[in-house]
Write a protein that binds this ligand. Structure first.
Ligand SMILES: Nc1ncnc2c1ncn2[C@@H]1O[C@H](COP(=O)(O)OP(=O)(O)OP(=O)(O)O)[C@@H](O)[C@H]1O
Ligand SMILES: [Mg+2]
Length: 376
């Protein structure tokens, strides 16, 4: 941004307003265009003054920061609101994000953190403005969810690399990280972005704006990230999940969903909308026991016979349970088997490189086992 970033500061404490105003005033990038002493005062003044950013306190007399954010964004949707709140107002703060605030900062804060937050918000906004237009072509995407009843079974590794395999074969692929509390897809695909599912919700989930909140892993290979802060995960509703999946089917050949370990309503919605569910089990007694119970539960949901596909991950011929016995316990005909390769998998996670995107890994058993997967 070449011109100065205009900032309007709202806080009912004069000292706070002055401190922030002085700090920002020292920096050439910024121009403080005004101050609000309460929510109402800010709403009135912002009818006459234009600004890029509003720094908004929450707890104020007359109209509080939450209501003020809602009204200001209704009047001037281009304004980027950053909430300033104390730790104990965490609930409000999350609500403000859902109402459309772009970020928040916990009081008391160091001025350098304020600087970083403003820059991050500007950067996100810049990204929104410069992404290409939504494509015209219509897709009939297939949805594959990866689930497990045991944590650490390899859902994220398998989901991201299965997506990479399909992309490598020429398909347009989206990975959706629905492990909303502790999503790992950003880490595994080396995406350093603040654009997550929360930004999608803030902006409204529509086909036309969908490209605003997907992150690109490669051309035609995208992902939607889980919230950057776990406390925001509860604001993702069943309806949001449904909308994201339905729209992404129109925009991609394949939609691969990384699910969490619990069967909450959002997980169940994603499962309902999936064409296939890869149910991961590691070949040890505990995972097998949990897997058997989970699969029985899923069978009771009356999905079609071929919808649930069991995948054994981290298979090691020498150390794992015998595959024939596993099939017998799970009452299965077929299952996928993904080999264990501790060094390759850990290395790829540490580097943020998907295994299936690197031909150098072609000789590994893990690569081959994923490359061979055909489930449609
Ligand atoms: N085939 C494999 N061979 C060796 N290690 C593996 C394999 N698959 C996954 N791992 C390792 O298992 C760990 C967990 O993998 P991952 O994060 O994909 O599991 P998850 O099911 O997504 O876990 P969470 O429940 O935490 O989301 C990682 O450290 C990864 O390196
Ligand atoms: Mg995971």
């Amino acid at each position: 941004m070449e011109s100065k970033i205009r900032i309007f500061v709202v806080d009912d404490t004069q000292e706070t307003r002055e401190l922030i105003g002085q700090y920002l005033g020292f920096d050439e990038k910024y121009e403080v265009v005004g101050y609000g002493e309460s929510g109402r005062d800010a709403i009135e003044k912002l009818k006459k003054i234009d600004t890029d950013i509003v720094l908004m306190d929450i707890n104020m007399p007359d109209i509080n920061g939450l209501e003020a954010t809602e009204i200001i964004l209704k009047n001037s949707p281009h304004i980027m609101v950053i909430i300033m709140s104390v730790q104990k107002e965490l609930e409000y703060l999350k609500k403000a994000m859902i109402l459309g605030a772009r970020d928040y900062i916990i009081k008391p804060f160091d001025m350098s953190v304020l600087d970083e937050t403003i820059e991050r918000v500007i950067e996100k906004n810049h990204y929104r403005a410069h992404v290409s237009k939504a494509p015209e072509k219509k897709y009939e995407g297939k949805v594959v969810s990866v689930f497990s009843s045991s944590g650490g079974a390899g859902k994220s590794v398998i989901a991201s690399n299965y997506g990479a395999k399909l992309f490598k074969e020429g398909s347009k692929v989206l990975i959706v990280d629905l492990d909303l509390l502790f999503g790992d897809i950003g880490l595994m695909a080396n995406i350093k972005s603040n654009i997550t599912v929360i930004e999608a919700i803030n902006e409204g989930i529509h086909k036309e704006s969908f490209h605003h909140y997907v992150n690109s892993i490669a051309d035609n290979f995208d992902c939607i990230l889980a919230p950057s802060k776990p406390e925001l995960s509860e604001y993702v509703t069943v309806e949001h999940v449904e909308n994201i999946i339905k729209i992404s089917k129109e925009l991609y050949d394949y939609v691969i969903i990384d699910l969490p370990v619990n069967f909450d309503n959002r997980t169940l919605k994603a499962m309902d909308l999936s064409d296939r569910i890869i149910y991961l089990i590691t070949p040890d007694v505990v995972s097998l026991k949990n897997g058997r119970l989970g699969i029985e539960l899923m069978r009771s949901l009356n999905y079609e016979d071929n919808k649930i596909i069991v995948g054994i991950n981290k298979y090691n011929k020498k150390l794992s349970l015998n595959l024939a016995d596993v099939k017998k316990v799970l009452k299965l005909g077929e299952m996928l088997v993904f080999y264990e390769d501790i060094r390759l998998v850990n290395d790829s996670i540490n580097r943020g490189q998907l295994i299936l995107l690197n031909k150098g890994n072609r000789s590994s058993k893990f690569y081959k086992s994923l490359e061979g997967v055909v489930i449609f």
